[in-house]
Design a protein around this ligand. Structure first.
Ligand code: SAH
Length: 225
């Protein structure tokens, strides 16, 4: 899979992709993530990518021209499955969307800044808008990193244990059961006996029951959407 992230602040994206699971995924060539600097596609001599809002008011607006140039250049090279604008009023990201996007080959994520992008970009140049939550961030970079992470960890071979992503919360509309590691006893706090039993069938039943109990207690909305 290839993810091209269009941004005016590529540095903001570097760290999340340079460590741990995402770094390994890139090294194993399971994913290629490119940070595309929108300024490289600016047309004026100041390389500006934003301008004052028509009609006045506070805050700059990202211009359509550099974005159009950038998208044209990328689309010349290959076909994209989706061109996604990160936006607080987009579809709310959930596990189902991450699962769906993880099946695609080429994605573009467009990060906004300031007041966002010229509306004509949203109307004509993108295919989808995704939000990571009902709050406003300063820019789309952190949102793009969150979305990318949720997708990349699902790609076959990225997690060591292939089944691991399937047992995470929100797959099957259940949240994950509690997990424990050594020591089996820490002061008065013991690990549930069944996990030490070595009986795989009992353990998987216990885990499923715990998932159901937890989902009922913490996220009943998942059981009755
Ligand atoms: N004026 C806009 C907010 C702009 S915030 C509004 O009120 O809707 C600047 C940029 O940050 C946006 O263009 C978007 O790319 C990104 N952004 C902010 N919050 C986000 C969220 N919850 N999810 C995804 N992207 C977000």
């Amino acid at each position: 899979m290839r993810i091209d992230i269009i941004t005016v602040h590529p540095q903001l994206l570097e760290s999340p992709f340079s460590h741990s699971i995402l770094k390994r995924a890139t090294e194993k060539k399971l994913v290629e993530v490119n940070f595309i600097n929108l300024r490289d596609y600016a047309t004026n001599k100041h390389r500006s990518t934003d301008d004052y809002a028509f009609g006045g008011g506070a805050g700059m607006v990202m211009m359509i021209e550099p974005i159009d140039n950038c998208l044209k250049a990328l689309k010349n090279e290959r076909d994209y499955d989706e061109i996604i604008y990160m936006s607080p009023d987009g579809e709310l990201l959930n596990q189902k969307i991450a699962n769906q996007l993880s099946l695609y080959k080429n994605l573009i994520l467009l990060c906004g800044h300031y007041k966002g992008v010229d509306e004509r970009v949203r109307e004509n140049l993108i295919t989808r808008e995704i939000s990571i939550g009902n709050y406003v961030l300063s820019g789309g970079e952190l949102a793009a990193a969150v979305l990318s992470d949720s997708i990349i960890r699902l790609l076959p071979g990225v997690l060591n244990d292939e089944t691991s992503a399937l047992s995470d919360s929100f797959q099957d509309d259940l949240i994950a059961p509690p997990v424990y590691t050594r020591p089996a006893k820490f002061g008065d706090w013991s690990v549930p006996e069944v996990l030490l039993s070595g009986n795989d069938k009992l353990i998987s039943e216990w885990r499923h029951n715990q998932s159901v109990i937890r989902t009922k207690a913490k996220r009943p909305d998942l059981l009755n959407p």
